[in-house]
Structure formats: structure tokens, C-alpha cells
Design a binder for this molecule. Structure first.
Ligand SMILES: [Zn+2]
Length: 254
């Protein structure tokens, strides 16, 4: 099982935010024809109706139009497939991740795991860059991660660059509803073993990394974070074990 995590964040004044969208029906439409169909062949995905963004938000009393902000970790299709279904959301990402897609050919984009039809037509008018404001030194449990960006201006969501898998990749540090420090780290690692044991991916997987040296440095930062701050919850987007452990500690639902 290789889940694709989408996180709902409820902020007292900013309302409902998402961190990534996971898969969505748009993914299957965008991979109908070649060459994009290759993407679906190499990473076969299923999306039961009960797992759709709309259904999962509905369980929490929310509609797709209630999402006011969507934080984009990076532009791989399994993280952004639902952007088109968020009519009222502004988007926040790291500048280099978006810039790396501009000017790339159709094949070049596909090779980087990006499917252009997934972006809303007015994406550029709705996007802002997390790193458009000055970086700040992170404090407390997050100090070892270096510098970050205050996404909402109140310190509640700090974006931190986790480069390697993608040019920049935006991780987010936050405190959850019961006071746990949580790092949403997207694809900086794919499993708990990776940061616990410094377990580097095998060679074929390295070929899909944007920058292997950056990937290793990011992995080392997560390893050090876990070692010095064992209370911090590190949540990768595709680690079933980590997601289930977090859910279990939250009484069944994060
Ligand atoms: Zn990815």
C-alpha cells in the first residue's frame, strides 16, 4: 500500500487549508493518452469514491469550496491532482519548484512527474511563493532544520525547504490540535526507516530524484531532528506505517 497523503489544517482565522491534494479524478483524465499514460503505467493508482477529497472533506463537514488555501509540497501529480477541484483556494508553493516547470517540454515535464493539465487555468493568478518573504531562523523543536518561512504571519505554519526529491519541496512545521509538533515532509523520505536508519533508496529510485546530494543532506537533517527531538512527529506522504501511527495516537483520525 502506497498512500498519497492530503492533510486538512484548520486555522482559527484562516479557515480550512490543505497540504497537498493527493490523487483525484483529474489524474486519470490527464493520463488517458500518450505520453502521459506512461505515468499511470509506472505508478498505477486507484481512487475509491470514499477516498476522494470531496468525500473525505464531507466527513468533516466541509465542501471543496471551503478550502481557502492549498499548500503545495511540490508538483508531482500524486500531490496536486486535486487542485482543479478547489475553486476558492489560493495556492502557496516554493518558487523554485514552480519555476523548474516553466519552459520544460511536454516530455521534460512528464519525466519530472508533472502533468500540466492538473493545474487550474488561472493558477498563476492564484499562486504565491512561500519563500517570497525573508527566511527566519526556526526555534524550539525545529531549530535543527535551519531557516523557514512564516506562511500565515503568526508562526503557526512554518514552511521549510526540503530539497532533493524536487528542486525545493516545501515541508511544513506545525503544532497539531493536541500540541504535538508535526513535520509534514512530503517526499523528503518515503518511509520511517529512511530517517531512522539513514536508509538511502536503491539506485533505480535515485534516478527520479532531482538532486541526489540535496536528497542526502535533507535525509540527514531529518535524521538529526528525530534524534534530538524524539517527540516530533515526522509525517511523509507515502508511509502507511507513519500515517497509521499518527491516526492511532489521535484516536483514529488525525
Ligand atoms: Zn514526489
Amino acid at each position: 500500500v502506497f498512500p498519497s497523503l492530503c492533510v486538512l489544517i484548520t486555522h482559527p482565522t484562516e479557515g480550512a487549508l490543505l497540504y497537498d491534494t493527493g490523487y483525484a479524478p483529474g489524474f486519470f483524465a490527464a493520463t488517458q493518452s500518450f505520453p502521459e499514460r506512461l505515468y499511470r503505467w509506472t505508478t498505477p493508482a486507484t481512487l475509491p469514491p470514499s477516498q476522494s477529497l470531496e468525500a473525505q472533506l464531507g466527513l468533516r463537514g466541509l465542501r471543496l469550496s471551503d478550502i481557502r488555501t492549498c499548500l503545495i509540497s511540490h508538483f508531482h501529480a500524486d500531490h496536486i491532482a486535486g487542485l482543479r477541484s478547489l475553486p476558492a483556494a489560493r495556492f502557496i508553493c516554493m518558487r523554485d519548484d514552480f519555476a523548474s516547470l516553466a519552459g520544460a517540454s511536454r516530455f521534460g515535464r512528464l519525466r519530472r512527474g508533472f502533468l500540466s493539465p492538473l493545474l487550474p487555468d488561472d493558477f498563476e493568478a492564484r499562486v504565491g511563493f512561500a519563500d517570497g518573504s525573508p527566511a527566519q531562523s526556526l526555534t524550539g523543536a525545529w531549530a535543527s532544520l535551519g531557516k523557514g518561512y512564516d506562511l500565515l504571519g503568526d508562526g503557526s505554519l512554518m514552511a521549510v525547504p526540503l530539497p532533493g526529491h524536487a528542486p525545493s519541496q516545501m515541508g511544513v512545521c506545525l503544532e497539531d490540535a493536541v500540541g504535538r509538533a508535526v513535520l509534514l515532509c512530503a517526499d523528503a523520505v518515503w518511509s520511517r526507516q529512511a530517517w531512522q536508519d539513514l536508509d538511502l533508496p536503491a539506485w533505480p529510485t535515485r534516478l527520479v530524484m532531482h538532486d541526489w546530494q540535496d536528497y542526502r543532506c535533507t535525509l540527514l537533517r531529518l535524521h538529526e531532528l528525530a534524534r534530538h527531538e524524539p517527540g516530533v512527529v515526522i509525517l511523509p506522504s507515502h508511509c502507511q506505517e507513519s500515517i497509521e501511527a499518527y491516526r492511532a495516537a489521535s484516536g483514529g483520525r488525525p
